[in-house]
Ligand binder design. Sequence first.
Ligand code: HEC
Ligand code: HEC
Length: 334
Amino acid sequence: MLHGIRFFCAIGILLAACSDPSPATDAAVDASVDPADEGTTDGGAPPLPALLSETSLFAAGVDGPYAAGVLTYSVRHPLWTDGAEKQRHLRLPPGGTIDTSEPDHWAFPEGTRVYKEFLVDGVPVETRLLWKTGPTVDDWVYVSYRYRPDGSDADPVPDGEADVRGTTHDVPDQAGCFDCHRGGGDFVLGIGALQLDRVTFDRWVGEGVLPPEAPWEEPPGDETERAALGYLHGNCGHCHGEVHPLARMRQMRLRLPVGLADADAAPARTTTVGQGAQHLIEGTDTLVVAGEPDRSQVYVRMGLRDILQMPTRGTEEVDDAGRAAVAAWILAGP
Ligand code: HEC
Ligand code: HEC
């Protein structure tokens, strides 16, 4: 019986919103638009570097010191990638400054490069690159470099690759990068007022990387609310925010706006509690039932790893800690 319901839902969602490129009626299909159709990989943009060693991350080769001008930072609400360890780095063009005039969506100067290194059990498996090759959001190019078995360098894998370097870690394809990152405004998701770690923030203001008036803040509410709202912001808000095309099809918002003083006013609460979901999944069709995680689709879908899983991409294992933070918030009756 359960299987019957699940199968029905899966088909409904496949037709409505999954990444099947065939014509469909639900505009959430836009979520699968080929980046090449969006002008992000053509228009005379410089080609992506052919090797990781040519991306200007390292002073030489693919280990040892980072190149001069590479700024390492961390985020407060990291994306869960099945427990992989990550190192994040920003490289601005000489004299470049981040534009924070739109507090929710910081903008980056032409020439910006951002890197994220992934390690599994201490072994580097891939390094992701975002590079703004022109003045507009359409000028970002992006790919992941997968390490060679001997670790001597890493090659771009635009189509992604499963189980790299003898691990169960999968590298996403370019359509995957685009699906998540276009929800960020100017493509960068983890450098913002709610995400950048405080030590780096202070240092970057001092160094002129950020303007003196740049905003920085904690999510609102008590400890339980801050943990859940921050988690949902960092792990779900790029698709379930105002910018992603999915916003036209679904009312739910899990991204936190900057400047919100009251946790009760958080979109993750006002658009979910007592609100109906599009599909019946695991016996629930409500996004959040206060006090009842198991009847709340936001929590239930975080525990799936199949066609109905949330997030839809980038993970094969449930994030128990993140899911517990969301459960505690729902139990407290948001
Ligand atoms: C499931 C959604 C998702 C997918 C797929 C994804 N990313 Fe990201 N990425 C994120 C989020 C969220 C962050 C910020 C949080 C963090 O760093 O943990 C991020 C951070 C980054 C960063 C650091 C700069 C930034 O935006 O914060 C780089 C570089 C990056 N991703 C590149 C890529 C590339 C290249 C691909 C495709 C090969 C890719 N990502 C696929 C969600 C995703
Ligand atoms: C890569 C984009 C992406 C990310 C990241 C993502 N989602 Fe979704 N989500 C979707 C899409 C597309 C749909 C609509 C299709 C569906 O229901 O499967 C959806 C639908 C949902 C729904 C049902 C909404 C409704 O109105 O019926 C819930 C609940 C949900 N997501 C929860 C989450 C949670 C919680 C996270 C983070 C842990 C998350 N999602 C992260 C793409 C994403």
